[in-house]
Write a new protein. Structure first.
Length: 285
């Protein structure tokens, strides 16, 4: 049985594009004005929710004062705010600040059910489980996770494993939870397989294109996705973890953040000419 709080979040997020936001940090640290402008712009352009301090926002690397400021500013946008968490203390703090939900970084599979139960008991904030390609859940574990009372839905992000993605979506729907695509590289197909919302890093900028793709896929009016697919493939090309830097470049090119804030200190080195290659693909959108 789903808890009423989790059911409420499930229903609020259904049909929505939740932007997995970057955390733009400048030479002098976090600037509240820059962050507020960035997050507000994502919402104005079509994001119906914000996922802050998740992988795209380099949540595990951010110190507590930065985490607090990011959450506070995101909550000021008026849309549901999902906070990425790795432990109980982060979950409790996000709850204190008023987060609408928690995106749970995946623990070891044999610890997953107990860990989610602990977070739910400690924070009382609805949870989104996270089936991530770096540490995917075995299907029996996933089925147990999505039946926990505090779990509102599952974000599935398995990169290119379409069979596992279909199984995850079907299991989530069978438990009456929200199947959320995190499949930047299988975005439109994952919606046709049954995902009812999206939480993706490709919406950390260029939001209108992703919002259009989600609306069309939900309506069954897919059309030509060539340009959008090329965009996703470019952002999530090798090395995959370079996607955060690529999205910061896009955000700066769109005027969402100053150029000096478009730096990811935690990602891999990218090849010469990568920025222009990315921006060329974005212009085609």
């Amino acid at each position: 049985m789903i808890d009423s709080r989790a059911a409420q979040l499930r229903d609020r997020l259904r049909g929505q594009l939740v932007a997995a936001t970057a955390t733009p940090i400048g030479p002098d640290g976090l600037d509240a004005g820059v962050l507020a402008g960035y997050l507000g712009g994502l919402v104005a352009d079509g994001a119906g929710g914000l996922a802050v301090l998740a992988h795209t926002g380099r949540g595990p690397f951010q110190p507590d004062p930065v985490r607090d400021e990011v959450i506070r500013i995101a909550l000021g946008t008026g849309v549901p705010v999902i906070v990425g968490v790795t432990d109980v203390l982060q979950a409790e703090r996000a709850a204190e600040l008023g987060a609408d939900g928690l995106l749970v970084f995946p623990p070891a599979p044999d610890e997953a059910v107990a860990f989610h139960e602990t977070l739910w008991q400690a924070a009382g904030v609805p949870l989104l489980a996270f089936d991530l390609y770096l540490r995917p859940y075995p299907l029996p574990v996933l089925r147990d996770l999505v039946r926990l009372p505090g779990v509102a839905g599952l974000k599935v992000a398995l990169l290119r494993d379409d069979a596992a993605c279909k199984d995850a979506i079907a299991s989530t729907a069978a438990a009456d939870r929200l199947a959320i695509t995190g499949e930047d590289l299988m975005f439109v197909p994952s919606v046709t397989w049954g995902a009812q919302a999206a939480l993706v890093g490709i919406a950390a900028a260029a939001v209108p294109a992703t919002a259009r793709a989600l609306r069309a896929a939900l309506a069954g009016e897919i059309g030509d996705t060539t340009a959008f697919d090329r965009y996703a493939e470019t952002i999530f090309g090798d090395p995959v973890d370079g996607y955060v830097q690529r999205m910061l470049w896009v955000a700066a090119a769109e005027g969402r953040i100053p150029p000096e804030y478009a730096v990811d200190p935690h990602g891999p080195e990218l090849p010469a000419g990568e920025r222009e290659r990315v921006l060329e693909v974005v212009r085609a959108l």
